[in-house]
Design a protein around this ligand. Structure first.
Ligand code: HEC
Length: 113
């Protein structure tokens, strides 16, 4: 029995680091240093209407792109460059990678279709 108590903390630590990569990506996607990606790209990165407005052509919408099929490279470029709507972020490549991997795991079923 003593044996078990010795290994229990190790098991817990191993479990912790198993989820933390995903959770780290989730945390960055939901709350990076700046506006949340989720606000504009939706909970799964599927894209989302940010705002509706009216102009001379009628009803218009500004939409955050579907980013589920973006490659890591596209993601790094998008995050660190200037856009009309999307803010520029100062995230490291590793942080963008964590977001990327989080979305890959979260959208596994969709991406394997
Ligand atoms: C204020 C809204 C907004 C936020 C917040 C936002 N985006 Fe975007 N994003 C957009 C819009 C709109 C586009 C479409 C292209 C553009 O505006 O230039 C886009 C495009 C992209 C693209 C695709 C670029 C391409 O190659 O076509 C990626 C990848 C992306 N966003 C990732 C992210 C990530 C990751 C975050 C969080 C760190 C984020 N975005 C936060 C609005 C947003």
């Amino acid at each position: 029995m003593k044996f078990l108590w010795f290994f229990l903390p190790l098991f817990l630590v191993a479990q912790e680091s198993f989820i933390s990569d995903y959770e780290y990506g989730e945390m960055l996607f939901n709350n990076p240093r700046g506006v949340s990606c989720l606000e504009c790209h939706g909970e799964h990165g599927e894209g989302k209407v940010i705002v509706h407005y009216q102009d001379i052509h009628g009803k218009q919408a500004i939409k955050g792109a579907d980013i589920r099929k973006k490659t890591l490279e596209e993601m790094i470029n998008a995050v660190s460059s200037y856009h009309k709507v999307m803010p520029r972020y100062y995230l490291t490549d590793d942080e963008v990678k964590a977001i990327y991997e989080y979305l890959q795991i979260k959208n596994k079923a969709y991406l394997n279709q």
